[in-house]
Design a protein around this ligand. Structure first.
Ligand code: PMV
Length: 334
């Protein structure tokens, strides 16, 4: 059999209602649902080549072999192989144009692109919903990056997890919004999100409150997005972000993903609000800060963020598209 390959591009997303914690770690099922916005401009391109000449799966990230991430990648590939009914090993190459492993959701874009590229390379046709279930096995937040715009990933109730899929709430063009990413450090985070989540579930006294609060947070966010109400979306997103960090900080020992510049940006955003500019922050498991604002205020917000000591750069983004194939053709020969 000849090698078969495909390449896909996907974009990271920022959660407006956060996913933090698993109800089943082996199946990567979330303890809470989540809602995000997929980001334009930042992207990960992932190529998959199933090749009879390979004895094991291979992975390179940004041109360097990565044995650590290979296990999760192989888990996704195993499911694809099982569906396709073959045993071929794969070579996977992934490149992101933004800092990876630093709380900028590189695993979300990488596993969304992987799910799409691997199924295509294997000759399978899958719905976006099914692809979101597949991508979830590698990284939970990747389920959301299959879709563009505003996206909900359902917690689901079933033990097999087939009802834990993502779906689009609002397409990217339906609500122009500025999302500015203040990069405060390119260094990899100290505790990965999966480890951080399990540690939080097992040791944080606030864990039950975090889980209990999720359904109301999701309902409120769905309504606010439907109404395209920046103030409500922003207030709810900031609350979900702070609640997620609070439950993680209360773990033993506590998890602190922020640096001094992260906190300085949070204050700068709140000062902007006091001056009448609706801007709201969100932070994932790392020190970068994403700021939501109206497109007409983006210039002013960008200038304020750039002036915060410790901010290395500010990336302009907006709601972006879901994962897409770059070349879906089956390769023959070589
Ligand atoms: O997808 P993971 O396992 O890398 O977890 C992502 C967790 C957060 O980014 C902190 C929150 C979220 O909902 O994306």
């Amino acid at each position: 059999m000849s090698p078969r390959s495909a390449t896909a591009v996907a974009h990271p997303n920022v959660a407006l209602v956060k996913y933090w914690g698993k109800r089943d770690a082996a199946r990567n099922l979330p303890a809470v649902g989540s809602i995000s916005v997929t980001l334009a401009r930042l992207s990960t391109v992932t190529s998959v080549r199933f090749d009879p000449a390979l004895r094991g799966d291979e992975l390179s990230i940004g041109g360097l072999p990565d044995a650590q991430a290979l296990e999760r990648v192989s888990k996704v590939l195993d499911r694809v192989r099982a569906s396709a009914g073959f045993e071929l090993r794969a070579s996977v190459e992934s490149r992101s144009d933004f800092p990876i492993g630093a709380g900028l959701a590189s695993s979300a874009s990488a596993f969304a692109a992987l799910a799409l590229a691997a199924t295509k390379a294997a000759g399978l046709e899958r719905s976006r919903r099914d692809l979101s279930v597949l991508a979830r096995q590698g990284s939970g937040s990747a389920a959301r990056s299959l879709f563009g715009g505003f996206v909900e990933w359902h917690r689901g109730e079933r033990a097999d997890g087939i009802d834990s899929f993502a779906e689009q709430l609002l397409p990217e063009e339906a609500w122009p919004l500025a999302v500015l990413v203040a990069v405060t450090s390119g260094a990899p985070k100290s505790v990965g999100s999966s480890d951080g989540m399990e540690h939080t579930r097992l040791t944080s006294p606030y864990w039950p409150a975090w889980v209990e609060g999720a359904p109301a947070a999701l309902t409120a966010m769905r309504d606010a997005i439907g109404a395209r109400d920046l103030v409500r979306v922003g207030e709810l997103a900031e609350h979900s972000c702070l609640a997620m960090h609070a439950v993680a900080m209360a773990a033993r020992p506590g998890l602190v993903y922020w640096n001094a510049a992260t906190v300085a940006v949070m204050h700068a955003v709140r000062e902007l609000r006091q001056k009448g500019v609706p801007a709201y922050f969100s932070i994932d498991a790392g020190p970068q800060v994403k700021v939501l604002a109206a497109p007409s205020d983006a210039g002013r917000v960008r200038d304020v963020l750039r002036a915060v000591p410790g901010v290395e750069r500010v990336i302009d983004s907006r709601p972006g598209p879901g994962a897409q194939l770059v070349d879906g053709e089956m390769e023959s020969g070589s």
